[in-house]
Design a protein around this ligand. Structure first.
Ligand SMILES: [Zn+2]
Length: 198
């Protein structure tokens, strides 16, 4: 199993989360939109090989895909510049490109997708539950951190605290337990708060 990293080296925020319903062709947002707050440099989320450049339609703007050894394929869209070539081997230290606003966008951001077993666009009006091959990168990143440290990462504890304060929850310890046990409904809340605070 690969330990994935965030595509940014500095802080970033999530401007549109995976799974959000809307006017996309699938009927929902099949990736995450991230905005770099300290740097626009985009790195590979894991080692692998560049499998395509600008092969998945104009809406993505300048985009590329990387196939990782575990069979997952990551896609990086709306780049202003692409710094790699098709077929190139990449590591976590490979600069793939620079965040931009090319393609179908309202402002600069990175749209990132992760597909299990290679890129494929979901059927029209499907749901995230119908398309288990599409992964939420936020969960991959959390798995990686938890695997490394065997404890709840500090930023996540702080996010819990912020959520508890925002929502006036009185029992922060119970809530932290929920996060530790990875109960799905808590992720959206954490990231909703993080997106405002990061
Ligand atoms: Zn997007």
């Amino acid at each position: 199993m690969i330990n994935y990293q965030a595509p940014y080296r500095g802080k970033y925020k999530i401007s549109c989360p995976f799974g959000k319903k809307g006017s996309w062709a699938a009927g929902w947002h099949i990736g995450n939109d991230l905005v770099g707050l300290e740097s626009k440099d985009i790195y590979a989320i894991g080692e692998g090989r560049v499998t395509s450049i600008n092969a998945h339609g104009k809406a993505y703007g300048n985009h590329l895909t990387v196939l990782h050894p575990d069979g997952k394929e990551s896609l990086y869209a709306h780049l202003s510049v692409i710094k790699v070539k098709k077929g190139q081997r990449v590591t976590k230290n490979t600069l793939l490109g620079i965040e931009g606003a090319t393609g179908n966008v309202n402002g600069r951001h990175l749209h990132i997708e992760v597909h299990e077993g290679g890129w494929r666009y979901p059927p029209k009006n499907s749901t995230p539950q119908d398309c288990k091959w599409l992964l939420d990168i936020r969960k991959l990143l959390l798995e990686g951190e938890n695997m490394d440290k065997k404890e709840i990462p500090q930023w996540q504890k702080e996010a819990c605290k912020m959520v508890c304060e925002t929502k006036s929850f009185t029992n922060a310890d119970d809530w932290l337990k929920k996060v530790e046990n990875a109960e799905i409904p808590t992720w959206g809340e954490i990231f909703g708060v993080l997106a405002k605070c990061l």
